[in-house]
Design a protein around this ligand. Structure first.
Ligand code: XMP
Length: 516
């Protein structure tokens, strides 16, 4: 039996969180759609199974279910919300519309003799979100938690290792949620807490070696966290069987191209074939006179593909194309589970159409962003690279409003560098919390100012800093006025061509994080 937990996805909002909480118990978990069926689950031979919540009512026709068989595998199963109701329904219990719908923080009473609730207080707050409820438990089950409105907040059949919970232990509002999940994973399933980044790194290196054999691998390296960590991992596994093509489009942040080269180029710590294509002139020529944001994005994306194509033709046929896809990309593109498609990922879109390769390798496919960062540190990548903020594929091209020119790129690079330096300092001094993303953009506005005794007519820089969890919505961060003033004065003094600094307070929506 493998030391892993399968999270079976029924389309709930918190499914990624479930997998994540399991990993926080140092146990490896994988998420699969319920559509994979019981046979596949049996083949994977997990130590435990968690069924997630979902939007359906299990008693309606066509509601997702894996049938009774799932509960006869001899593997402990924990059903959460929809998963709990489905378990009860499939095993002969009754589920219906609750007389009182519960939503939000709810006081709950626990039977702490249950192995699921071992070591937690008899009463605490949980996060509820349900309209249906278990009105009658399946034969062989007994109640082990209830609320004032919900008679079966949890029930169990210890002998069979089956547990059903109406609330969401994966959500932080459930005060003892972590303990409950840990009781299931470590206690009831008996998993060893042996999942660590070093074991991930070691296992992946071994798996990549085995898969690639003596084949050749090609990776498009953007300098972002994900593709850099993928490069580090592949380089450790297969060394110079790997070729990384790094296209410097001249729209990177200040010094970024050189930093990437320092790590992965000949002077760096990895023995791989590194090709840096300095394409700034080509990009600036293509972008000359173009002001429409979508058009700029298209040009930048297409040019990247052209360059990558030229380079890969020089290399010849490769066996594998590697990509730095990470778990949220898989989910957001609707490939991983049941969640709705949020956006399709466009960083490497289109590559497989023309590159002559046999297979794709995605070594980070199962990792969350913070796990990717841990893996990066484990591989010895520099801290600045590993903790780099998200940076859009089109780079500064969409942080310069209107036409892009080499001079404007220099202005925004220098201003952005100062801004990031000052924020980092303020964060270090404890004056402010680090925003999730912050950068300078160059507006298309010129205005009148005075410097010394002279009139100036120069550009305005806009500073942006946002707080966000998922980057789908965001709020402007609270950057202290003293920090903003320092940044303003440094930018005006140190960056030619700027005489005004603005702070963008727009949230998303209605704004987006980037300005174009
Ligand atoms: P917006 O501007 O849509 O940005 O609010 C949300 C997040 O996505 C990043 N972003 C991109 N990332 N390619 C990327 O890889 C892109 O074309 C792109 N456009 C925006 C942006 O930096 C923010 O983190």
């Amino acid at each position: 039996m493998q030391n892993k937990i399968l999270v079976i996805d029924f389309g709930g909002q918190y499914n990624q969180l479930v997998a994540r909480r399991v990993r926080e118990c140092n146990v490896y978990s994988e998420i699969y759609s319920y559509r994979i069926g019981v046979e596949k689950i049996r083949e994977m031979d997990p130590k435990g199974i968690i069924l997630t919540g979902g939007p359906n009512s299990c008693y309606l026709e066509g509601a997702p279910s894996l049938g009774k068989e799932l509960f006869e595998l001899g593997v402990p199963v924990l059903g959460l919300c929809y998963g709990a109701q489905m378990m009860q329904n499939d095993l002969g219990g009754c589920v219906g519309i609750a007389p009182v719908r519960e939503y939000g923080k709810t006081n709950t009473y626990f039977d702490t003799n249950s192995p699921l609730f071992k070591g937690i207080p008899e009463e605490s707050i949980v996060w509820m979100s349900h309209t249906d409820y278990i009105s009658e438990m399946a034969p062989g089950f007994k109640t082990v938690a209830h609320t004032n409105d919900c008679p079966v907040a949890a029930c169990e059949n210890q002998e069979k290792g089956l547990y059903a919970i109406q609330f969401h232990p994966e959500v932080l509002h459930t005060v003892y949620g972590k303990e409950i999940l840990s009781n299931f994973v470590l206690g009831i399933c008996g998993c060893e807490p042996d999942w660590r980044m070093d074991s991930f790194v070691e296992d992946s290196i071994a798996a990549i070696k085995e898969k690639v054999g003596d084949g050749k691998v090609l990776l498009a390296l953007s300098g972002g966290v994900d593709s850099s960590v993928a490069a580090g991992l592949l380089a450790r596994a297969i060394g110079n069987q790997l070729t990384c093509v790094f296209v410097d489009h001249g729209l990177m942040r200040k010094n970024e191209g050189d930093e990437v080269e320092a790590v992965f180029g000949p002077a760096g710590n990895f023995d791989l074939n590194f090709i840096r294509v300095n394409a700034q002139d080509r990009y600036y020529a293509k972008l000359a006179g173009v002001t429409e944001p979508e058009r700029k994005r298209k040009i930048i994306g297409e040019e990247f593909i052209r360059i990558f194509e030229e380079e890969s033709k020089k290399i010849g046929a490769v066996d594998f194309l590697a990509q730095g896809t990470i778990y949220p990309d898989v989910v957001e593109s609707g490939m991983g589970g049941e969640s709705a498609v949020i956006k399709s990922h466009h960083n490497v879109g289109g590559l497989p159409d023309f590159v002559d390769f046999k297979e794709i390798i995605e070594p980070l496919r199962d990792l969350f962003k913070d796990e990717v960062r841990k893996a990066g540190l484990e591989l010895g990548l520099p801290h600045e690279l590993v903790f780099r903020q998200p940076f859009p594929g089109p780079g500064l091209g969409i942080r310069i409003i209107g036409e892009v020119t080499g001079d404007k790129v220099k202005i925004v690079q220098d201003a952005d560098y100062i801004y990031r330096e000052e924020i980092a300092k303020a964060v270090k001094e404890g004056i402010m919390e680090e925003p999730n993303q912050y950068f300078a953009a160059l507006t298309n506005m010129r205005s009148v100012g005075v410097m010394g005794d002279y009139r100036t007519y120069d550009y305005a820089i806009a500073l942006r800093a946002v707080k966000t969890i998922d980057f789908m919505t965001a709020e402007a961060a609270d950057v202290p006025a003293s920090v903003l003033q320092k940044v303003m004065s440094r930018i005006i003094n140190e960056v030619n061509g700027v005489n005004r600094v603005l702070y963008d307070i727009t949230s998303k929506p209605p704004g987006t994080i980037e300005m174009e």
